[in-house]
Write a protein that binds this ligand. Structure first.
Ligand SMILES: [Zn+2]
Length: 168
């Protein structure tokens, strides 16, 4: 097999998430996974299941022909589950659907960075996030509540959107 060492397509991943939110018509947080899945289902076959994975697997996405299946770890926190499903939807919409590839078992692949970018933009859209931050929701706990994501995800997003600077 050919070894690929491509850079992640960050802009493409973000744009795919932005376009999706726009076509669903979501303008305010929290972004509900159900709304996103229902919208995708209008155009393609997609099933999303909770699954009893072990501790080391967050989720998987398998696409065969027109049928896509996403399973997420049912024993993790709901914040984690939301991020996992968003990440797997990223794999699906970014075209990581080759039947011979299991992306999530090799986190160094550029596809994983792309799916993470997609998930972050989907659940914490940059424009909404910046607006809320500017309007005074500056604490990670409050942002976590408003966006229904983990505080850890909020900290990453704040740094990524340059709303706070890394110390040191
Ligand atoms: Zn992945």
């Amino acid at each position: 097999m050919e070894e690929k060492n491509n850079k992640p397509r960050v802009i493409f991943a973000k744009k795919t998430a932005k376009d999706l939110l726009k076509s669903i018509g979501i303008k305010n947080p929290p972004i509900l996974i159900k709304d996103v899945v229902d919208h995708i289902r209008k155009e393609r076959d997609l099933s999303v299941y909770p699954w009893a994975f072990g501790d080391n697997t967050d989720g998987i996405q398998i696409t065969q022909g027109d049928c896509a299946t996403i399973a997420y770890n049912q024993s993790q926190h709901s914040h984690r589950q939301r991020f996992t499903v968003a990440h797997e939807i990223g794999h699906l919409l970014l075209g990581h659907t080759s039947e011979n590839s299991v992306f999530d078992l090799d986190s160094k692949k550029p596809e994983e960075a792309e799916a993470n970018q997609f998930a972050a933009e989907l659940l914490m859209p940059e424009d909404m996030f910046k607006k809320d931050f500017k309007n005074g929701i500056k604490n990670a706990q409050d942002l976590s509540r408003v966006y229904n994501v983990s505080e850890e995800a909020v900290w990453w997003r704040l740094m990524e959107c340059r709303l706070i600077m890394k110390m040191g």
